[in-house]
Design a protein around this ligand. Structure first.
Ligand code: PA5
Length: 449
């Protein structure tokens, strides 16, 4: 297997009978997923995306990325939720923490910054200042084309773009990623002649990183999106066998369900690399929106190590015993650094001076797994070999297919997200959006109480 899945430390938590016993349910879940007999079957197009994506559009994405690289210093990517997290985690994973600060001749592509993923005025203010007088373009991403946060941010950054370039040139610097037919953004894009890219109907937001939603921002950093798709394709071919002894993604889904049913209700996704923090955020949406419904589901959380060993570490070691840990361990980072030799041993580090920083990081990981297992926390690890586009594509698909199986194992529809809508209606009503008059009255009354 390309990704090594390690569940060797689960002996204390999972009885040898449990995996064989859950196999029949995994086989049924696999059938629901592959045959489309399960709930939410209209939203399974991500399954074959690595093979069936629109190749002409893919070329257009690469061309657009080249144009952006030639005429801009910064790309402002506007979107939220599924229209944000995948691009952000991939940009960070593939380019490192200080990518945007690297000198122009070292960076592979343009700086990529994100907006429209909150309603924070100071954030927008700071980002406008950050762009300053630099040449820039905008990629506005919204499947519905009506989401408030990105729509507001788009107005603001579009205004800056038009002031700088005039309307005609600004329209050529706006790339809209949205539904093929519906929504306000699609209408605006058609009216103004923005270049558009399509978010396919059968792909939900949290599964959309391998569509133009993720691909254009990723390509703008100079990363190789063909390799990303190739990794996902090989991954999609690997994880098809329903047998949990032959399919690590399904095995992971089965094990977390076995653990969930005995009271392990929170799962922490963990990394040992600061540029993988956003990977956890992406994973949290994928897991939480897929599984948290009908009053059940594992609560997806995260921890960033070794940083959080000095904060959350105490809780994980000795707090309430309802935690699962899943580590995504990067085995060979792009860079390693020797620990410097010093004549004196004043800092007491002489015993480490033949080691590298990554060797120490790996020992920390091994030590943590043993300590947490000892403390009563089941730990699983997904090892990724390197920081390449190919590996990231592989990993993305691993978790996508795993959560689909996991959701069916827990008897829910893994592909809808009805709960995301509830707050939106209240917000629209409170802001006085036309069509919400009745709800406005009701909420105003409730606020008075
Ligand atoms: O998964 C989801 O449905 C959400 O997180 C959406 O992606 C998010 O609300 C953004 O929606 P849209 O792309 O329609 O602007």
């Amino acid at each position: 297997a390309y990704l090594k899945f390690d569940d060797s430390k689960l002996g204390k938590f999972v009885h040898p009978d449990e995996l064989p016993e859950i196999q029949a349910m995994v086989t049924a879940a696999d059938k629901e997923l592959r045959d489309g007999t399960g709930a939410g079957s209209d939203f399974r197009d991500w399954l074959n995306l690595p093979e069936n994506y629109d190749k002409d559009e893919f070329k257009r994405i690469q061309k657009a990325a080249d144009k952006i690289k030639s005429d801009s210093k910064v790309l402002v990517v506007i979107g939220i939720g599924g229209s944000y997290l995948g691009a952000k985690m991939a940009v960070d994973f593939l380019n490192g923490t200080f990518y945007n600060s690297e000198p122009d001749d070292k960076r592979r592509g343009v700086k990529v910054v994100f907006a429209g993923n909150s309603l924070s005025a100071p954030y927008i203010h700071d980002l406008l200042n950050y762009i300053g007088d630099d040449d820039f373009s905008i990629n506005i991403i919204s499947k519905s084309g009506t989401t408030t946060e990105p729509a507001i941010a788009f107005r603001i950054f579009k205004e800056k773009l038009i002031k700088k370039y005039g309307e005609e040139e600004a329209n050529k610097r706006i790339y809209a990623t949205t539904d093929a037919h519906r929504g306000a953004l699609k209408q605006e894009a058609d009216a103004n002649g923005y270049e558009t890219f399509v978010i396919p109907d059968g792909v939900g937001g949290r599964y959309s990183v391998l569509t133009p939603v993720g691909l254009l921002p990723i390509a703008a950093t100079g990363a190789d999106i063909s390799q990303l798709m190739k990794g996902a394709l090989d991954s999609s071919k690997e994880y098809t066998n329903p047998d949990v002894n032959k399919n690590d993604a399904y095995r992971y889904a089965a094990l977390r369900n076995i653990l969930y049913r005995k009271g392990y209700t929170t799962e922490l996704l963990e990394n040992y690399e600061p540029n993988m923090r956003m990977f956890s955020e992406w994973w949290k949406q994928l897991m939480g929106e897929s599984e948290g419904k009908d009053q059940k589901g594992i609560y997806p959380s995260s921890a960033n190590f070794t940083t959080d060993l000095h904060s959350l570490g105490q809780y994980i070691q000795e707090g309430l015993r309802d935690l699962i840990e899943t580590v995504v361990k990067l085995d060979k980072p792009d860079y390693d650094i020797d620990i410097p030799k010093e004549e004196s041993n004043l800092d007491g580090l002489k015993y480490l001076q033949n080691d590298t920083v990554n060797e120490v990081n790996t020992k920390a990981y091994e030590g943590v797994v043993l300590a947490h297992t000892d403390g009563g926390v089941p730990v699983m690890t997904v090892h990724i070999p390197d920081q390449s586009e190919y590996s990231l594509g592989y990993l993305i698909y691993f978790f996508e297919v795993a959560v689909a199986i996991s959701g069916y194992l827990n008897g829910i529809n893994p592909f809808n997200q009805p709960g995301v809508e509830a707050y939106k209606n209240n917000m629209y009503a409170l802001l006085g959006k036309p069509g919400y008059e009745e709800l406005t009255k009701k909420l105003d009354e409730e606020l008075k109480d």
